[in-house]
Ligand binder design. Structure first.
Ligand code: AHR
Length: 522
């Protein structure tokens, strides 16, 4: 209690000084106060999660090429992509959808590959799905990545029996028809599965259900999802999208009396001008840049709104908010299959990623999992591939720079900053978050949203002093700079020296449209 009062006093005092300085000089002073000596909640590594759906070339071509491919691979998974993904420390991977999940019958994707069922992918281009990538291949991928599997079950067109058997097949060590089948397919020991979702977007592509109908179904399916053989299953109920608070209210009211799920999902995409014309991923003007940032920042309000409802029913925060789809959604690249959602990725997407990851860090007490949509070749990807070529996107580099926050403790910050103005609209010019890791190193991640202007920021660190400060920056010459197969290194991080550290205060000059991560060592 005393700690909290002291903290708010420090922040209020600095705030008062800042406001009076602004009044006297009528100059905006950008100030980021970091309270370094009172660490808060742990930032779950799982908010740095990813998502891989059977959609376009995310799985086929992007992650999986098969063991007979000329592209170097390990058990059919392409090596270049695998090695790049290891660098960003992927904590969990969601699969097989998305909308695909509620059409997926897992038994189609096990056993000898030549005998697997061939189906139509009804949501994504009507293409043929030969099921050569199934449960065993996905579990091998997570093992090679060193990450936790996050499997999304089928409520929309599946049955409780099918879902329950999948969990048993995956995680049980008992004697049963499902464990016998798994062993016949070459996997003697059960796997560990951390996260399991009970349907996806069941208000839409997952069955067009009402909240009440879904809540009833979720309970029915969840009843048969066991935590087998020491595997502690974290069941994720399908939550709302965007600002649909009524759905959250229904699910949380239900959760107050029955413990049928541990996490509630939420989806939010930034779609600048609506579903009709979503704008180009690479050819855009400053208005579209600004609108993208404005929409990205809405994530904070959305989390606050849903958290407030969750807090009423679950004040102890035993249930996590699982933001298992987020990112920018633009028009597909010209000439590509509209059902494949293939888009390029620019400096704008890098700032988007920084804004979101800073917001998730700030909500560490409630947000326990988040998954960028999607991992390779779909929407705001970290990696793009073309045949045997691979490109790391600006978004990839933000995940690499921000990985230092995984499992670190959130630090309290107070940010007062100038606006970034576009026409009659304005948004804060700076996004930030800070954490302290197990070795006592502090990391501060910041983004300058303004593409026209460098910003200077004064950053006092309260309570600790540091011997060494280093930083990395990601920026670019143009708002739409991107990495192509011809020029793969157009946007990449570099050492940053636009700062000084004296008397416990960092003085920073951030370039326009940039992302910077500081490391302070005692
Ligand atoms: O990520 C693409 C699609 O967006 C997913 O399949 C679905 O869940 C969402 O609507």
């Amino acid at each position: 209690m005393k700690k909290a009062i002291l903290l708010s006093l420090i922040i209020t005092l600095i705030g008062v000084c800042n406001i009076s300085a602004q009044k006297e000089n009528s100059v905006t002073v950008n100030q980021l106060v970091v309270v370094a000596n009172h660490p808060g909640p742990v930032i779950s590594k799982d908010i740095y999660g990813h998502f891989s759906e059977h959609l376009g070339t995310c799985i086929y071509g992007g992650l999986w090429v098969g063991t007979d491919s000329k592209i170097p691979n390990t058990y059919g998974i392409r090596n270049d992509v695998l090695f790049a993904l290891r660098e960003i420390k992927v904590p969990n991977l969601r699969w097989p959808g998305g909308c695909f999940a509620d059409t997926y019958h897992w038994k189609d994707g096990i056993g000898p590959q030549s005998k697997r069922a061939t189906i139509v992918n009804i949501h994504w281009g009507g293409v043929t799905e030969d099921n050569s990538f199934g449960t065993h291949e996905f579990m091998k991928l997570t093992e090679l990545l060193g990450c936790d599997p996050y499997i999304n079950g089928n409520v929309g067109s599946g049955t409780p029996q099918e879902m329950s058997e999948w969990v048993e097949y995956l995680t049980s060590d008992a004697v049963s028809p499902m464990t016998k089948l798994r062993k016949e397919n070459g996997q003697e020991k059960p796997w560990k599965v951390k996260y399991f979702a009970i349907g996806n977007e069941n208000w839409g592509c997952g069955g067009n259900m009402t909240d009440v109908y879904y809540a009833d179904n979720m309970r029915r399916f969840s009843t048969y999802l066991g935590s087998h053989s020491g595997n502690d299953l974290y069941r994720v109920a399908c939550g709302p999208s965007d600002f649909n608070y009524a759905w959250t209210e229904t699910l949380m009211k239900d959760a107050a009396t029955r413990n049928m799920f541990q996490g509630l999902s939420i989806h939010y995409y930034s779609i600048v001008d609506g579903w009709g014309y979503k704008g180009s991923a690479t050819k855009f003007d400053e208005r579209e840049w600004f609108e993208t940032m404005r929409m990205n920042l809405q994530m904070d309000n959305i989390i606050k709104g849903h958290s407030a409802i969750m807090d009423r029913y679950d004040p102890q925060k035993t249930k996590g908010l699982v933001v298992d789809e987020w990112g920018n959604w633009f028009n597909v690249e010209p000439g590509t299959n509209p059902g494949f959602l293939y888009q390029q990725n620019t400096m704008r997407d890098a700032v988007t990623a920084a804004i979101h990851l800073n917001i998730f860090n700030q909500h560490a007490a409630r947000v326990k999992v988040a998954n960028l949509a999607q991992m390779v070749n779909v929407l705001q990807s970290v990696i793009l591939t073309k045949d045997d070529k691979m490109v790391l996107t600006p978004t990839y580099y933000v995940f690499k720079m921000f990985r230092v926050h995984q499992e670190a403790q959130l630090l309290n910050i107070d940010l007062r900053c100038e606006d970034y103005v576009n026409g009659t609209k304005k948004i804060p010019a700076i996004s930030a978050s800070a954490s302290v890791d197990r070795d006592g190193k502090v990391h501060i991640s910041m983004a300058n949203l303004n593409p026209n202007k460098a910003v200077t920021v004064t950053c006092p660190l309260i309570g600790e002093t540091y011997k060494k400060v280093t930083a990395e920056v990601l920026t670019s010459s143009e708002i739409n700079s991107f990495n192509s197969f011809e020029k793969p290194d157009a946007v990449k991080p570099a050492a940053f020296n636009g700062f000084s550290y004296k008397d416990g205060i960092l003085s920073i000059t951030m370039p326009s449209k940039s992302v910077v991560v500081f490391e302070l060592t005692k």
